[in-house]
Design a protein around this ligand. Sequence first.
Ligand code: MN
Length: 488
Amino acid sequence: MKKYTFWFVVGSQLLYGDEVLRTVDARAREMAEEMSRELPFPLEYKVTAKSAAEISDIVREANFDPACAGIITWCHTFSPSKMWIGGLASLQKPYCHLATQYNLEIPNDEIDMDFMNLNQAAHGDREHGFIAARLRMPRKVIAGHWQNGEVRRRLGDWMRAAVGVAVSRDMKVMRFGDNMREVAVTEGDKVEAQLRLGWQVNTWAVGDLVREMNAVTEAEIDGLMETYLAAYDVACDNMNAIRYQAREEIAIRRMMEREGCTAFTNTFQDLYGMEQLPGLASQHLMAEGFGYGGEGDWKVSAMTAIMKAMGEGGNGASAFMEDYTYHLAEGQEYSLGAHMLEVCPSLAADRPRIECHHLGIGMNEKDPARLVFEGKEGPAIVVSLVDMGGRFRLICQDINCVKPILPMPNLPVARVMWRAEPDLARGIECWVIAGGAHHTVLSYDVSAEMMRDFARMMDIEFVHINKDTTPESLEKDLLLADIAWKLK
Ligand code: MN
């Protein structure tokens, strides 16, 4: 992934004299350096801005620097916010207002009017907040002392969401074949997706992939087989089937890298010239950070790549997922998630096994090799992006993953088991009411708050189904949101 940084822009004015401004400058530098040691991306102190020209200049620089993933502002002193109108109105990068102050406590003996003039974030940040509200700017506001662990965690999470925006605006999805015939939820407006989310979604012929596969050498396959055998156990005696997946992976990766794509789709209905649907191949590509969507689902593919980038450095577990079937016994209500082959091994609780089994769906001449494993336990989210016609809706649901309660020895695919919030039945009702897809991105390390921040920055609708959601409240929220989005 590219190296991203964030810029710390501090507001002030010329009224205070050089000494105060020198103190503000030194403290802002100290704060940025100290916070950078714990934040997931560097925070670079750029300027203490004292005029409209300085603010416009720094915003212009931020807009044009591809490494700058967002700006974080703060007003140590008072900064009259008419100075900020021109700069903020032209800002094209994610924006966070850190409402903090340098000192933790009010110093009982030291405090006098000089101290008050130097340390007036409490009203400087209100003036600053007004102008962003007046400009209707999408922004994140985080309040609290800059050395507080929770403040830093939230700032770090916002940075990850902003990096998701940067990755999204750079996103190219390679599609092999079209969507699965007749399926509605995997469809969408690709022009709107490019305009709103930055995604370039284009198609390449399966025949081009087959030609690329035929050009892969046995030595190249030997190399990738070593990688597979180092990471996975082999529980099948058909080495040719595994080698065929290696051939597919090398060819898909080569085509994506040639075109600068970081996500891809394919469909079991369009495998002409291929012996097997890519299973292990797609799974290992996902483990390497590429996005994937089955049945031509380019929306979930792009979201998988974006959320993997947002969670990078966590446990890496964000993956393409599909709700398959339920266990509805009272007190043991769970969803079982899987896919016909393509579940990312970043979800695995233990070392995955390579198995080869017959796949009845699609035009597989031979039994495709795939990784089989159980998913990890723990709190997670599932995320779905749907096209509502005129706008995108991002739906996020809190879930709790468990060790699968049954061994399911004849199930030939990787599996994850969870219970959705608020409970399985209400959770299903809410998901269905909101129009959430059967395809999702499941993530253990991207939070609902990060997805809310991402949706705000992208100016798309956000729906969060959590422990407090009821079908009744959700229906009302969706109705009001529908009216609001039509007026926007
Ligand atoms: Mn599917």
